[in-house]
Write a protein that binds this ligand. Structure first.
Ligand code: PEP
Length: 255
């Protein structure tokens, strides 16, 4: 039995004050939801992490970074390490988001180094994988997922796989308003679970939560979360309004 996870990726939005207001509104909107129904994560920009951590004290919300640098410390102007995120109060970190891969040149190798750095610092990685539209149209979706998964998780132990969160995010669905169909998402999630089982063993693979990400909204979450290997959602645009994200999270109470 895997508890569903809903993660809000705020990207480059929200000040500390805006984060605190969102957290308060979200707490009111989800007051009838129990921790057994769902785990909820927010990923604010680095500059709002401390305020978010303070505002979530005593609540069941966890805070994640949106990225990290794999070195522990050093002359890396503008970068933030896993240890710095952990010290700021984050418990998780998003790694390998397609915007990082596409705009900032992240590779499968840097994803792997970041996953290792997160584990070393005691952060839970939320590892993103997903194909572009070209790759899907060429019939390469599953091969791309295999490559990203194998390289990104290289060196992880079974226990680390069980604890980490994987996010299947088809690049063509992110921020476009066009989500994957249940068939497309179901096929990709089942494939990822199958590979985790082959590479890390069934016990560990069956505990790993695999989220769907890509234009999730209150109108489509029910169908997606109903799929066997979809254990929650990573949500960008629809997480910026607390009431919209609360509506998405609230479907977990109906499962
Ligand atoms: C994301 O940024 O991870 C994402 C899924 O964005 P959106 O929900 O806006 O498609």
């Amino acid at each position: 039995m895997r508890i569903p996870v809903f993660a809000a990726n705020w990207k480059m939005h929200k000040t500390g004050l805006e984060a605190v207001a969102w957290i308060r509104e979200f707490a009111v909107a989800t007051k009838n939801l129990s921790a057994a129904d769902a785990e909820v994560i927010i990923a604010p920009p680095f500059t709002a992490i401390a305020a978010a951590v303070e505002a979530t004290r005593g609540a069941t919300l966890a805070v994640a970074g949106q990225n990290l640098h794999f070195e522990r410390q050093g002359a890396f102007t503008g970068e933030v390490s896993a240890a710095l995120l952990k010290a700021a109060g984050a418990d998780l970190v998003i790694i390998g988001h397609s915007e990082r891969r596409r705009i900032f040149g992240e590779t499968d190798e840097s994803v792997q180094r970041k996953v290792t750095a997160a584990h070393t610092a005691g952060l839970v990685p939320i590892v993103c994988v997903g194909e572009t539209l070209d790759e899907r149209e060429r019939g390469e979706t599953l091969a791309v997922l295999d490559r990203q998964l194998k390289a990104g998780l290289d060196g992880c132990s079974g226990d680390q796989i069980a604890a980490l969160i994987l996010a299947y995010e088809p690049v063509w669905a992110i921020g476009t308003g066009k989500n994957a169909t249940a068939t497309e998402a179901g096929e990709a999630h089942a494939h990822l679970r199958r590979r985790l089982r082959e590479w890390f063993g069934g016990t560990h693979a069956d505990r790993c939560r695999i989220l769907y990400g890509g234009s999730v909204k209150p109108e489509n979450i029910k169908e997606l979360i109903g799929l066997e290997d979809v254990d929650g959602a990573l949500v960008g645009g629809a997480s910026l309004e607390s009431s919209t994200f609360a509506a998405i999270v609230s479907v977990s109470a109906t499962l």
